[in-house]
Design a protein around this ligand. Sequence first.
Ligand code: XIL
Length: 368
Amino acid sequence: MMLPGSLFRPTRRRLLAGAGAALCAPAVWRARADELPALRDLGAARGIEIGSAFSLDPDPKYRAVIARHCAVITPEWQMKPPQIKPDAASPYDFSTVDKFFDFAGRHSQKVHGHTLFWFHVPIDWAVGDTFEETKKLYGGFIRTVAGRYPQIETWDVLNELIDDDSFRLRTGYLVGQYGYDFIDFCLRTAREAAPQARLAINDYWIECAAQVCVGKRGGVLDMLKTIKEMGSPLDALGIQSHLYSRMPVDPDATYDLINEAAGLGLESWISELDVNDSTLPADIAERDALVADIYARYLAGTLRHPAVKRVIFWGISDYYNWVLYDKDHWDQRPPETGDARPALFDTANEPKAAFHAVARVLAAAPYR
Ligand code: XIL
């Protein structure tokens, strides 16, 4: 997704609207947080790992939600390549990433690694003049990062490789220059450095009915076939699943993609699930019901397939959610629709209709 550079600053706005919104919510949604069924337990009963992106925000109520409902956490931006080593002169800095392991250890959670390569966050210091030199530099990065965390069981090795217009590999940063040879190199290096980990390639706009998603599904599938033909080590397809009220989801087409990927021996992970509700009515109850319906239809359709082994929310709560704090740059939202409500919990960390909808779908999902 074409994110402007300013997005990468960890800016965030605390929105106060949620506190008021929670007061208006129907009583059925007001169960105490510790009385709610834990999504991680509902998922585990079906063989599905539940998780969320996390940014180490210290708020205790928010942390309690992450701890109670997630079996997996993933650093939302802190593990992206420039966050760990921005330039040749800086030493590797793992101090922030290590904090995720402290949190995860206290709550019996796994940490999902995200991500070793993303064109949006290049590390120019790891780009050499030749492929050989680049392999030495980028390979050193992958070995250092993946090798440092042997407890990581799943890695996004490469993120967002398929172009939104051509539906082929992107033409920029490294993938443009070295194509599948670079992809193969990254996967093999990650496998050597982290032999315990399942390795994924992650992409977006492969879940909806719009033409761009139709094209990208085809492009992603072609890419997966090529990678498998090359014998590169790849275990999973990450289906980001940033859903949009303005781009209807297509759970059946997503199911077909999951099925094709399974035919290639791949698991699928719903890896960054949220609902951008920017075109929905301003009325909170109405909007929450529609958001809940999008979550429910999408998950019911995709979780039918036993190859879907995990569901990671890209923020389980509106309290800390990129759809809100990046919204000025990201998806221009008509002001009359009020504030975004993309996640399962509101800005006061109270459950919304979407929480209950997801809980119901998980409870009904077939076991895998
Ligand atoms: C986003 C984070 O949520 C933001 O905080 C950051 O500013 C930009 O990146 N696809 C991905 C994620 O793979 O890494 C992105 O995360 C969202 C889109």
